[in-house]
Design a protein around this ligand. Structure first.
Ligand code: HAX
Length: 392
């Protein structure tokens, strides 16, 4: 691993590690978060459950500055984000108006919207661009929701001083009692999804592209494309669809359903993880929130029963490294319960959240090596099955 004999060997790459998607192979350092296989993700050392109820803006500050803000800093940071949102080059989003409502997947619209904002307003400074994009996400998200639904551009003017989530809900035209639970669930959703170490596919992809000195917007658009895959961010959409297919909270029926899905070689959504080896604390946090916000929701009742039954059934198969609930087990159910009825939009919330963590990690990588930055990514691939051929 290292030419320097004084340094410990971190990992010896063997033939069996090739073609495994870099599983477990150390490639860098991450200052924003780490994932403990039992205790889950920690942001800058804080366990995620300690942060779940905090303001999303304060958590963005934490990921960028590597410390929580004091009250004054928190207020100033929110003002800064609001000012950046006011400067949004909203005309750039007209490109989304040219798309047919309902066409494609919302993640494709998100990726395109980010590129459009970048075309209009890249400063070239990844920190500036990251903060600008974070500040402008509520309006971009609301624009995507409304245009895709055939409702035209947001009618209510943007009010970024309300807060990011509050402004998004306001731009959707939701107000009063209906907006309260929506805001509560979305704020927690954003905090829980902002970062998850350095090696998850979307974060890694964003940093890879950024390492070639691409702009923050181009890097983030690539990250969103990576997130859109059904094995990655789009799993939260599949999870709600899975829960709705169960359609019962009768324990016997739930168990029968889980067994029949496994027999049909289909995934039991909301369970298992590549790194975690216990229930994801983000699942527990969302189930606790659901018990307050939507205890009588039918999907939520199914989630609670599934959380008990699925680990027992999955645990019978020794091949499955982690039979416990993951972050996606309840997130879609909560979003549905507070009024977001179309699961295909759920991954855009994940993307919105992740922009904070990925931006912070890109900034950190640009500062590495005394400001020279992490060099352009270039892992090694071993040539195989390619005998030298000479032209006659
Ligand atoms: N249902 C059915 N089979 C499962 C399973 C589950 N929940 N979890 C693991 N397995 C299977 C795997 O498919 C794999 O089978 P093969 O050997 O035939 O390939 C075997 O058990 C061993 O898998 P593993 O080592 O325990 O887990 P992986 O790292 O390969 O996979 C996954 C991790 C999250 C992809 C997997 O657990 C899964 O498919 N879960 C269901 C889908 C889901 O909830 N995804 C969201 C994950 C959260 C996340 O990261 N979101 O971004």
């Amino acid at each position: 691993m290292t030419d320097n004999e004084d340094e410990p060997t971190l990992f010896e790459v063997k033939d069996k590690h090739l073609d495994t998607g870099l599983r477990g192979i150390p490639v860098g350092t991450c200052r924003t978060s780490f994932v403990d296989s039992i205790k889950g993700v920690h942001y800058v050392g804080y366990p995620i459950t300690d942060l779940a109820e905090m303001d999303p803006e304060d958590i963005i500050f934490l990921l960028f500055e590597k410390r929580l803000p004091n009250r004054h800093e928190s207020q100033e940071f929110r003002k800064d984000l609001a000012a950046r949102a006011e400067e949004m080059p909203a005309g750039a989003l007209r490109v989304l108006e040219s798309l047919t409502p309902g066409s494609g997947h919302p993640m494709d619209w998100l990726s395109l919207g980010i590129q459009a904002l970048g075309i209009a307003d890249t400063t070239g400074d990844v920190r500036e661009d990251g903060l600008n994009l974070i500040a402008r996400m509520p309006e971009l998200m609301a624009t995507i929701f409304l245009l895709r639904g055939g409702h035209g551009l947001p009618e209510s003017g943007s009010e970024p001083e309300k807060g990011m989530v509050e402004n998004f809900v306001h731009l959707l035209g939701v107000s009063g009692k209906d907006s309260e639970d929506m805001i509560r669930v979305l704020r927690t959703f954003l905090v829980l999804h902002m970062d998850h170490g350095g090696g998850n596919l979307s974060t890694f992809s964003g940093k890879c592209v950024a390492s070639g000195k691409a702009s923050l917007y181009a890097s983030m658009s690539s990250a969103m494309n990576a997130l859109s895959g059904p094995l990655h961010g789009r799993a939260n959409q599949s999870c709600l669809e899975f829960i709705q297919r169960i359609g019962s909270s009768d324990p016997d029926k739930v168990e029968k359903f889980v067994r029949s899905e496994l027999a049909a070689k289909r995934p039991v959504y909301g369970f298992g993880h590549a790194v975690l080896r216990a229930e994801d604390p983000r699942a527990a946090a969302q189930i606790a929130l659901g018990s307050e916000v939507c205890p009588d929701d039918d999907n939520f009742k199914t989630v609670k029963v599934l959380r008990e039954i699925a680990p027992k059934v999955l645990g019978e198969n020794p091949k499955i490294s982690n039979p416990f609930a993951n972050v996606d087990v309840a997130s879609g159910t909560l979003l549905h319960a507070v009024g977001f009825h179309k699961p295909e939009y759920f991954t855009t919330f994940f993307g919105w959240a992740r922009i904070a963590g990925i931006s912070a990690q890109i900034i950190d990588e640009r500062k590495a090596r005394g400001g020279r930055g992490v060099p352009i990514y270039r892992p090694k691939y071993i040539g195989r099955d390619q005998p030298v051929q000479r032209l006659e």
